[in-house]
Every structure is written in C-alpha cells, then in structure tokens.
Design a protein around this ligand. Structure first.
Ligand code: NDP
Length: 319
C-alpha cells in the first residue's frame, strides 16, 4: 500500500520525524508555505504543525484531513477555520504535565530564593572576592500561592506545592470538582488573597494581559509572579514597572509576550528568573509528545479516531 503523505512544519524537533519516518512519506513545508508545493499539495492529508497553522495555509491543501500539533497549547492553529473545513486538530495533553509542573516549581524556588543570581555570583568568582551572597528576602514556606488555571498542568503544580507548607487557592472560570483548595471567582479576588501567583492558563481572548498593574499590586511587595502558561496573559510593561518600583518582589517566567524577544529591562533584574520557553523541553517529554502525534495520526488513518482531538474539532463517536 502506498504511504500517506504528511507535511511537517519547519520548526519541529527531530523526534517527530523519528516516529513518523517509517510509516509515512514526509514532506517539509517549503519556506513559501504549503502553496509552494505545487501539485504535491493535493497528496497531503495530514500536517504536523508546531507554533501555528493558518486558514490560508489549510486552504492551500485541498485534501487536508488532520493537523497534529506536538504541544498542548494550540492557540496558533486556526481551529475555527479547521472546524468549518471539517479538518480535525489534535494536541498532546497530559504527557508533558509533570515536566511543566516541575519547571513551575523550579521558577518559584529560583525567584523566591534568588538562586539564579546566587549561582551567577559564584560563577563570576565573586564569592571568593566579595564574601557571602546577600540573604534572600523571602522564603517559600508560609506563602499563599494562587493558581490562575487548575487544569491538567495546574493540578500537577498544586500537588507538588502541597509538601512546601504553603496555602493553595485558585481561580478558574468555574470551581473544579473534587478539589479542596479555596476557589476565587475572579482573578482580582485571588490576587488580593495571595502573595504568589502561578499562571497556567491557555492563550485565549479572555486571558489577554489579564495579569496587569492592579493584579500585580494586589500581590504586594512580597509578591512573586510565576508564568508557565503563555506570555500573552501578562502585561509585561506593567510587570517591569512593578519590579522597578518594588510593587512586587520577584518573578519567574518561562514564556513571554513576543518570543523570542525578552525585554532588556526584564533581563536586568536579579529577582527575576527567566527561561527560554523550556518548560516541556526534556528529551523524554518531547519523545512522549512526538509519540502522541504518531498515535493521533495512526488512529486517524486506521479508523478515523485520533486519540486527543481538541474540543473545537471533536470527532463524533463511531456508529
Ligand atoms: P487545561 O485546559 O487542562 O487547563 C486550563 C486551565 O485554565 C483550566 O483550569 C481552565 O479552567 C483555566 N482557564 C481557561 N480559560 C480561563 C479563563 N478565561 N479564566 C480563568 N481560567 C481559565 O490546559 P493545560 O493545563 O494542559 O495547559 C494550560 C496551558 O499551559 C496550555 O494551553 C499552554 O498554553 C500552556 N503550556 C505551556 C507550556 C510551556 O512550555 N511553558 C507547556 C505546556 C502548556 P476553566 O475552564 O474552568 O476556566
């Protein structure tokens, strides 16, 4: 039987290619987009796309059936257009929960205890010449931690926080069944109640720059902001102002508004820990995500049932 043709976007990690190369004919998306494929475009029934895939790109592929995203956040894919065209979109939930939750905890510890600055101090040889590194002004113990988002990853972050002797509460649009953490119906009320805010919400119109000057001010001068969701959710100018004036005490960020651009001012703070969007970026986790991409394609081509379609493009049960 001839192999199905799958188009890969250009910025995929090699694991995706590794898990697909034996079963499919793989085509890399040309620099000029799928429209530059010419006649070959008609062969493509599946696309693996990381970062984004627009309606125009979909329309350049007349026989496209499925777009598999090797990530849990699929905000760059035009799911409305996909749904209109009957194209299924899949993502990779759950397989990265632990890695991302671990990274959130690392950012929390780094920013509260200023461990990044302490390590830099040592590496620069300053311990020997200047003596001990200054005491960190804060501890993690006793903090009131608010989770903005308590989904798959938020729950893993919360379970890791429990042994840290902190108080946990959360804000989502509706209370989560079966959890004992205090629920806040608004982000403002959560921010008033806590000194530490961890953001793990998707990029949607409702989550745009909601962590603004008011929310940051409510956290108070001991306040710490950790963001492992999307940079989209934080007003970076307001964050920089809050750090400059001591309105909050520090931040730990894996994600930024215009990646890979990170504002120069953010890079200058010793009480801020910055990572280049690496929360899920380990070999085992990226392999797990690649495998789920392969499982989704196999499920689709074998029986029209991908494993993890996104809610915007549901696959009806087989009759
Ligand atoms: P889930 O869909 O499981 O959880 C999302 C949570 O956000 C839910 O608790 C949801 O609750 C809440 N939420 C959604 N919209 C709003 C809103 N408008 N106001 C308040 N709460 C809201 O997603 P995951 O936990 O799997 O992933 C979350 C996001 O993390 C991803 O979409 C992705 O953008 C980001 N991410 C970042 C990574 C990184 O590398 N830094 C890696 C992986 C994910 P409710 O619906 O009740 O409001």
């Amino acid at each position: 039987m001839p192999k199905e043709t799958v188009m890969l976007s250009q910025n995929l990690n090699p694991f995706v290619q590794g898990v697909l190369k034996d079963d499919y004919e793989l085509v890399t998306m040309p620099e000029g987009g799928p429209g530059a494929l010419g006649e070959k475009a008609a062969d493509i029934r599946a696309v693996v796309a990381f970062g984004g895939f627009s309606g125009v790109q979909m329309d350049a592929l007349p026989n496209l059936e499925i777009i598999a995203c090797p990530g849990v956040g699929y905000d760059g894919i035009d799911t409305t257009h996909a749904a209109e065209r009957g194209i299924v979109v899949t993502h990779t939930p759950n397989v990265l929960n632990d890695e991302v939750a671990d990274t959130a905890i690392a950012l929390l510890l780094n920013s509260v205890r200023r461990l990044y600055a302490a390590e830099r101090f040592l590496r620069e040889g300053r311990w020997e010449t200047e003596g001990n590194f200054p005491l960190s002004p804060f501890s993690v113990k006793g903090r009131k931690v608010g989770l903005y988002g308590l989904g798959r990853i938020g729950l893993e972050i919360a379970s890791r926080l429990e042994p840290f002797k902190v108080e946990i509460s959360y804000h989502t649009r509706s209370p989560k069944k079966g959890v004992d953490y205090a629920y806040h119906p608004t982000l403002a009320s959560l921010a008033e109640a806590v000194d530490t805010l961890i953001c793990i919400v998707p990029k949607t119109p409702e989550t745009h720059k909601v962590v603004n000057a008011e929310i940051l001010s409510a956290l108070g001068p001991d306040g710490i902001l950790v963001n492992v969701g999307r940079g989209w959710s934080v007003d970076e100018d307001a964050l920089i102002a809050a750090l400059e004036t001591g309105t909050i005490g520090g931040a730990g960020l894996d994600v930024f508004y215009e990646e890979p651009h990170v504002p120069e001012k953010l890079r200058g703070f010793d009480n801020v820990s910055l990572l280049p969007h690496v929360a899920s970026a380990s070999v085992p986790t990226r392999q797990g995500m690649a495998q789920l991409v392969a499982d989704n394609l196999r499920g689709w081509f074998a029986e029209g049932r991908p494993v993890t379609p996104v809610p915007e493009t549901p696959v009806p049960p087989k009759v």
